[in-house]
Design a protein around this ligand. Structure first.
Ligand SMILES: Nc1ncnc2c1ncn2[C@@H]1O[C@H](COP(=O)(O)OP(=O)(O)OP(=O)(O)O)[C@@H](O)[C@H]1O
Ligand SMILES: [Mg+2]
Length: 226
């Protein structure tokens, strides 16, 4: 079982958005994904309710995340995705301590990039692999990323933080899909949003294989300096 934790003390960076889209992307009856909503705001729970299918299953972490993770392991889940609140707190530390890998979404603004430092410190002190994912970025132009994104990468390089080489662009499809209780691929399988979520998932999967020792870690996102 692999546990992906979405963490960042910056509100609105995209923790719940990425957790929901990736969960819709990966959840299968044969390889089920359990969602753990550890944020009292309940964004993931709301999305899961809007789906109206009870899939992927969700648990609300009112007390210990560790207990829910242990139960998920007993119940044969392949994946556990944990959405966390925008702060540095005991529940976030509990989630990180259970992580196979931590995904830290960051919008490409100066305040946003600066705010990831505390989450990076939490991952480092827990000795957990992590990667920053640039989210809500301006669209590429002629295959070139926006100067704002390049600046964000330069700033993250100063913290020696691994950063995914791709980006999740600011797209209405991502919002509209969530409002329908869907993931990007369910909402518009051929859309660019679905393509980016698919590429992000491939990168996460590759990192997980490297962390598990079943693939080389060369070029894996949790090893990739900005
Ligand atoms: N790539 C994107 N494109 C368009 N909208 C986005 C994108 N990422 C996030 N959003 C929107 O921005 C808002 C904040 O995102 P989200 O709720 O996922 O952040 P969060 O990190 O979970 O916030 P919080 O810390 O408050 O839990 C939401 O309305 C979400 O739908
Ligand atoms: Mg959230």
């Amino acid at each position: 079982m692999n546990v992906i934790v979405f963490a960042s003390r910056k509100g609105g960076s995209g923790k719940s958005t990425l957790a929901a889209h990736l969960a819709a992307h990966v959840h299968k009856t044969s390889k089920p994904c359990l969602l753990i909503d550890a944020d009292p705001q309940g964004s993931l729970s709301l999305w899961q309710k809007l789906r109206g299918t009870n899939e992927p299953p969700i648990r609300v972490a009112s007390r210990s995340v560790s207990e829910l993770v242990a139960a998920a392991k007993r119940n044969g889940f392949e994946w556990v995705f944990i959405d966390t609140p925008p702060n540095v707190s005991a529940v976030v530390d509990d989630a990180i301590s259970n992580a196979t890998m931590v995904v830290i979404p960051a919008r490409p603004g100066v305040f946003d990039v600066n705010a990831v430092q505390e989450t990076i410190s939490s991952c480092r002190s827990a000795r957990k692999p992590y990667a920053v994912v640039i989210n809500g970025a301006p669209a590429l132009r002629n295959d070139q990323e926006s100067p704002i994104v390049t600046m964000a990468r330069e700033a993250l390089a100063k913290f020696r933080a691994p950063v995914w080489g791709g980006q999740v662009t600011n797209r209405a499809d991502l919002l509209l899909a969530l409002a329908h209780g869907e993931g990007a691929r369910e909402y518009n399988p051929d859309g660019r949003a679905a393509g980016e979520i698919g590429r992000l998932w491939s990168a996460i999967e590759r990192s997980i294989k490297a962390i598990r020792g079943t693939a080389s870690s060369t070029g894996a996102m949790h090893k990739q300096a900005a």
